[in-house]
Each structure stands twice: as C-alpha cells, then as structure tokens.
Ligand binder design. Structure first.
Ligand code: UD1
Ligand code: MG
Length: 456
C-alpha cells in the first residue's frame, strides 16, 4: 500500500453536536475522532502520504494532526466535502496512485477494510470505489443509487433525495478510494447546485461515470464499522464499540477483565499479562500497567505507570503517578500529580499523596495527607498524619528520612525535616527539624486533675 495516499476530512464544525468544540475533537475510546482516523490511516499508508483537512478550530485540530506526525491542509471556508478535497490539490495531485478519502467522523473503520478498499479499486480498474452498507435507518446518509444492472450510478445526499431515493437503505460510508489521476482531472467539475449549496464529494461518482469511468461499491455486511458521528448519541455508541474492541483485545492478550462490559479502558492504555481488572474500573490516558497487577472495582487510573504485581484496591484514584512493583494502594486511596510509591510501599484507606515520594517498603495505612514530601524507605506514617504544605501563598516540602516513625495524628508544618530513624510522638505539631534517631514531641504534657469531678 506504499503508493496509496489518505486524506481525512476534518474541517467541519459539526453543528449537530451542539458544541463549542469542533466535532473531530470530541473523544471516542479515549481519543479525539480525528486522532482515531489518523491512527487507522497510519496502519495502511506511510506517514508522509497522510493528510488531514482542517478548518473549523484549525489551531486545535492542527495540534492533534501534528502530534500524530502527519500533514494538515487548510480549508479556510467549509464549502463541502468536495471543496475540502480540492483544497489539497497542490499537495496531493502529484502523488498519483490511489487516494483514499475518508470523513473524519467515522472512527470505527478498521485498517483491513481500508486495505481491501484500495485493492478492490485497483482490481476493478475503477475511477472510484465506495464503501457501502445497508442500515435500518439511513437518515442523514448519502444513498447509493444503482442502475438496472446493479452498478453504482450515483450517490444522492439525504437533503437532495427524492422520496423513492430516500427509501434506499444502502448508504455511502463517506469512505472512497479514487484513481488519483482521474480525481484531479475532474474535480473542478463539482458544482454547488444542491440544497446545501455545497461542493459534494459524492457528486464525483456521477462525474466520473459521465467521463466514461467505472465506479464500484464495496458493500460490507457489518454496518457498525461505518457508523458516522453526527451527534452525541452516535458518539456514545462509537465509544462503546471502540472500548469493547479494546477490552476484547486485552483479554485475548492475557488480561482478566471481570464484567468487561462495565470497564472503561482508553485505547492508549497497555496492560500486562495476568493482571486482573475489576468491574467498573477506568484506565485512561497513557497508563501502563504491569504483569500480575490487580486493579479493584471502581478504581480510576489515569496516565500512570504501575510496575508488576501492584495492587490497587477498590475505589481508589490514581492520576499521573508511578507505583513500583508490589506497591499497594487503597481501598479509597488517592495518588496524584507525580506521586511515586517505591517497591512494596503501602498506602491504605483515605490516604492522599500529592507530588510525594513514598520510599520502598514505607507505609501510610490510614487517613493521611502527604503533599510535596520526600519520604524514605520503611518509614511508618501513623493514621491521621498531615503535612501542612501550604502557608496560604506558597507550597513547602517535608522530608522524612529512612526508617522514621511518625506517630498518629501528627501535624508536620513544612518546610520541615525529620531525620533517619527519628520518632514523632503521636499528636505532635512539628515545625522544627527532628534530628536522626531522636524523639520529637510537640504537644502539651498530659495533666490529670485528681478528684476534679467531685469539686465541680
Ligand atoms: C457525508 C457524506 C454522506 C455520507 C456521510 C457518512 C458528502 C457530501 N456526504 O455526509 O454521503 O453518507 O458523510 O458519514 O460527502 N468536512 C470538511 N469540510 C467541509 C465539510 C465537511 O472537512 O467543508 C468534513 C467534516 O469535518 C466531517 C466530514 O467532512 O468530518 C463529513 O462531513 P459531514 O458534514 O459530517 O457530512 P455528512 O452530512 O455526514
Ligand atoms: Mg457526518
């Protein structure tokens, strides 16, 4: 497929989304629609032959295009899908071979289907081949009109269709493969004499046939692959299908997923063998999960790295953090903003770590806030410990040396340092350095008033 080029049309606003954000930036399967389309294209064509037409919110869409390492084409005014392709003439006309054009709002299409499309177009010696399917409700789609011999004669857009054409259930997927040379030879014959006053790419079918060329259809039985996203109901449906595909692939690759229909796993997430994912877990962003981990029910892991055999107990939330092998968190744990658990470190219920490193084998099992802290190996943090990292205007750090023991309900006022092996008496308020191996006590001594009750 090295001489195939791909153009993805992504310049439209997508008014039916009723959104301030361009349609192609909405996400399905954890990826913006345009990125999904680009990633599919990358499976079948070399990077330098993939182009994306941008227009509405061009800056934001272009950022996605560039992040994916492919080229953008600018369509200043959105005058229709045919016009969008015309805008690429300068960059594309010299490429020759086959040109696959596909709408950027069709995220379920599989690379193999695109490969077959290009093969069929060439095999048929066709001016164009269009992917079609039959749907129960063809509302909004272009209809495939066939001649008496069953050949494709034209595509009629919904808005321009007669009542009998509207009854046709075979639809244009929006994915076509052209003989590039013929396309560029005839594309300027497109006119805007239709109800939308747009240049319809779909009119190329009739134009090529008039010019003596053949147009063929590649009809596929699974219409779900061709779902076009025009509103949020369809977006949710595409999301569901993409996630089901992802979960299925993970299971095939050796991940146990309990109640797979309930979990949410973004396409960018990788999970190692023999890891068990509980019901309703969400693994999003660029998370990388090692082998033999457990991610408990209803936990959320976003763009985090888990080493092997890490356990995340139910209802925990881990974002932008790193957990080394055999670390534990939860239930009801929260790690965020660069938290790092060393090997076998344990964080229990209702403990929050922000921008904090907890050394290997260290433990904080109950009810604590550890922010902006560096905590050494095998430290024990008692229940209710709070690092007071914020003074109202600035954040300060807390450093706790290896093997230190912080008694329950301690308040550590940062910046503060607790030396290696030091002890903090329970209930202390600590605002000065505690040297290594010493006991820091920062609380009033207990006074018992004997007979007090009787006197009052
Ligand atoms: C299009 C097809 C229709 C097909 C359907 C499949 C045309 C004229 N119609 O209709 O036959 O059944 O897709 O989903 O091609 N775009 C641009 N520039 C523009 C206009 C649109 O880049 O000037 C892009 C949009 O961003 C979008 C794609 O083209 O990604 C399709 O546009 P949309 O308005 O959704 O076309 P449909 O009405 O769905
Ligand atoms: Mg559409």
């Amino acid at each position: 497929m090295n001489d195939a080029a791909v153009v993805i049309l992504a310049a439209g606003q997508g008014t039916r989304m009723k959104s301030r954000m361009a349609k192609v930036l909405h996400k399905a399967g954890g990826k913006p629609l345009v990125r999904q389309a680009i990633d599919t294209a990358l499976e079948i064509a070399p990077r330098e032959r993939i182009f994306v037409v941008v227009g509405y919110q061009a800056e934001q869409v272009r950022a996605e295009v560039e992040a994916a390492g492919v080229q953008a084409i600018h369509q200043t005014e959105q005058l229709g899908t045919g016009h969008a392709v015309m805008c690429g003439e300068e960059k594309l006309a010299s490429l020759g071979g086959s040109l696959i054009v596909f709408v950027g709002d069709c995220p379920l299409i599989q690379p193999d289907t695109l490969r077959q499309l290009a093969l069929q177009q060439r095999g048929d010696g066709a001016g164009a081949t269009v992917i079609t399917t039959e749907v129960d409700d063809a509302t909004g789609y272009g209809r495939i009109i066939r001649d008496a011999n069953g050949g494709v004669s034209e595509i009629v857009e919904h808005k321009a269709a007669t009542p009998s054409q509207l009854a046709v259930r075979e639809i244009n997927s929006g994915i076509l493969c052209f003989d590039a040379q013929l396309l560029w030879e005839h594309i300027h014959e497109l006119r805007t004499d239709n109800p939308a006053r747009e240049y319809y790419l779909t009119d190329m079918v009739a134009i090529l046939i008039r010019a003596g060329s053949r147009v063929t259809a590649m009809k596929i039985p699974d219409s779900s692959e061709l779902l076009g996203i025009n509103n949020r109901v369809e977006l949710a449906e595409a999301d569901r299908i993409l996630r089901a595909r992802k979960v299925r692939q993970l299971m095939i690759d050796g991940v146990t997923i309990e109640k797979p229909e309930t979990v949410t796993i973004d396409s960018g997430v990788t999970i190692g063998m023999d890891t068990i994912i509980g019901p309703f877990a969400q693994l999003t962003g660029t998370s990388v999960i090692g082998d033999g981990c457990k991610v408990g029910a209803c936990s959320i892991i976003h763009s985090s790295v888990l080493g092997d055999a890490v356990e995340v107990f139910p209802f925990s939330m881990v974002a932008d953090s790193r957990l080394d092998a055999h670390a534990h968190v939860g239930p009801y744990g929260r790690l965020r903003m660069g938290a790092h658990l060393g090997h076998s470190a344990h964080v229990g219920n209702f403990v929050e770590l922000k921008n904090t490193e907890l050394g290997a084998g260290a433990k904080s099992m109950h009810l604590a806030y550890l922010g902006d802290s560096t905590i050494g190996e095998k430290v024990n943090i008692g229940a209710g410990t709070i690092t007071c990292n914020y003074d109202g205007s600035r954040k300060h750090r807390t450093a706790i040396g290896d093997g230190a023991f912080v008694g329950s309900n301690s308040t550590l006022i940062a910046p503060v340092e607790i030396g290696e092996g030091a002890y903090i008496a329970a209930g202390s308020v600590i605002n000065q350095k505690v040297p290594a191996k010493s006991l820091g006590v920062g609380r009033a001594r207990q006074v018992n008033k004997e007979g007090w009750k009787k006197r009052t």
